[in-house]
Design a protein around this ligand. Structure first.
Ligand code: PLP
Length: 430
């Protein structure tokens, strides 16, 4: 049995080592970002110890008078940011937000339309056979949108045919995904989904920041009735989730969140979300413009260096993500590991055609790069070109020493969080 002192020192040592390592890496995981110092301060406040089940003013716990004021502020800022009549800031993650929507708007056995995982869908949209939350937890029958590999987008005409031919019309349609390069055809498909009695939902886990910043599509204005998102991917807040709607399904959604899928929500995170929304109202437009520009520079430079970047037909990307087919080297799992050894933190990605080619999630054909975090650290066009060269060198596997020293050199000048109020170091422990 280790002593407490030993445990304390070990944990702290590892935290310090982690932060030092990350401060010398290029963090390119598309679902990650950095929160500002002030968000991190409220996350460690006493709010993180409290219970406040229910809606502000209708809590089933005492002690909530300030918590209620904070949550109402988060609600009013969130509604403004997403131009939405309703927001629920309580879901503790994007998956919980999706489960709340499934519970609110469908019954077990209903059909839901979504993308398959190699085409960009998320495990929370997945079938029971793959232990996806939609199938496993809510017993939805998942049917897939048709997908066009060249466009790297949903195929509108083929999807219309599939939707009309469904034996049991879709009760829900979930747009959005995890591999998400181009805006989805919500406007083109909303009518046929609604004519069949379905509700149009949009999972903005990845792209919520780009939507709020006016640099992607605007689902609630294009026919989506409900939108879920994570607050920590292109949004740069605490890890958490939320649901917005244009004023529809308010009571159903609230019940889907509580008591449906959460008892207590995380009140320190609600405070962090309020600060996030205020930061984003101030800095979100410039930040999201820079994120998309950076992704485009990175994609173009990788293509120029001879990498097989997906989505060429449409200019590679209109989001924060870049996807690369790495089958000419090996597979995404091998490349992920090779790059990690050289302080490039990226992730493997199933890409269209992988399953047919016998590739699975351990050894998929692609990698996914996200530039939201590097953008928040202040990197721009020049740095993106260097990032592309470093990744290319690392994948070719020639000089690990050269890669490591170029990564370290590049990171030196980028150690604080930008697009934030006040000074905001990126790391506190190293
Ligand atoms: C990341 C992601 C989620 C889940 O978000 P968490 O906050 O990690 O629970 C849901 N949907 C999609 C499309 C995602 O990419």
């Amino acid at each position: 049995m280790p002593t407490y002192e030993y445990v304390f020192e070990s944990v702290l040592d590892k935290v310090r080592a982690h932060e030092k390592w990350f401060s010398e890496c290029l963090p390119l995981v598309a679902s990650e970002n950095l929160a500002s110092k002030r968000v991190r301060q409220v996350l460690s406040s006493d709010l993180g110890h409290r219970y406040a089940e229910g809606w502000p003013g209708e809590r089933v716990y005492a002690g909530c008078k300030y918590i209620d004021e904070i949550e109402l502020l988060a609600i009013s800022l969130g509604k403004r940011l997403f131009k939405a009549d309703f927001i629920d800031v309580r879901p503790t993650s994007g998956v919980v937000a999706n489960l709340a929507v499934y519970s609110a708007l469908s019954n077990a056995g209903d059909t839901m339309l979504a993308l398959s995982i190699p085409n960009g869908g998320h495990i929370s949209h997945g079938k029971r056979d793959f232990s996806g939350s939609a199938g496993l937890v809510h017993s939805l029958q998942v049917e897939y949108f048709a997908f066009d590999k060249d466009e790297m987008n949903i195929d509108v005409d083929e999807s219309k045919k599939r939707i009309k031919a469904l034996a049991k019309p879709a009760k829900l349609a979930m747009f959005g995904g995890s591999l998400f390069l181009f805006p989805h055809p919500v406007r083109e498909l909303a009518d046929v989904i609604r004519e069949g009695g379905g509700t149009v939902c949009y999972d903005a886990a990845h792209v919520a920041g780009l939507i709020a910043g006016g640099r992607f599509q605007d689902p609630l204005r294009e026919g989506a009735q409900v939108m879920t998102f994570s607050t920590h991917k292109t949004l740069f807040g605490p890890q958490g989730g939320a649901i917005v709607s244009a004023g529809e399904f308010v009571e159903e959604l609230k019940k889907g969140v509580f008591p449906g899928t959460t008892s207590n929500h995380h009140l320190n995170n609600v405070a962090g979300k309020a600060l996030l929304f205020a930061e984003f109202l101030q800095f979100g437009r410039g930040y999201s413009r820079d994120v998309v520009k950076n992704a485009q520079v990175l994609a173009n430079e990788l293509a120029r260096l001879g990498e097989k970047v997906l989505g060429e037909k449409n200019g590679y990307t209109k989001s924060h993500q870049v996807a690369v087919d790495v089958t000419k080297y090996s597979d995404g799992g091998t490349i992920e590991k090779l790059l990690e050894e050289q302080n490039l933190i990226i992730n493997r990605q199933l890409i269209p055609g992988d399953l047919q080619a016998g590739r699975h999630y351990t050894n998929p054909g692609g990698i996914r790069l996200g530039v939201a975090e590097l953008t928040r650290l202040g990197m721009g066009k020049g740095e993106m070109k260097e990032v592309a060269k470093i990744i290319h060198l690392a994948m070719e596997g020639r000089s690990k020493r050269e890669v490591a020293s170029r990564v370290k050199e590049l990171r030196k000048g980028f150690q604080t969080v930008k697009y934030a109020f006040g000074e905001s170091p990126a790391y506190f422990f190293r």
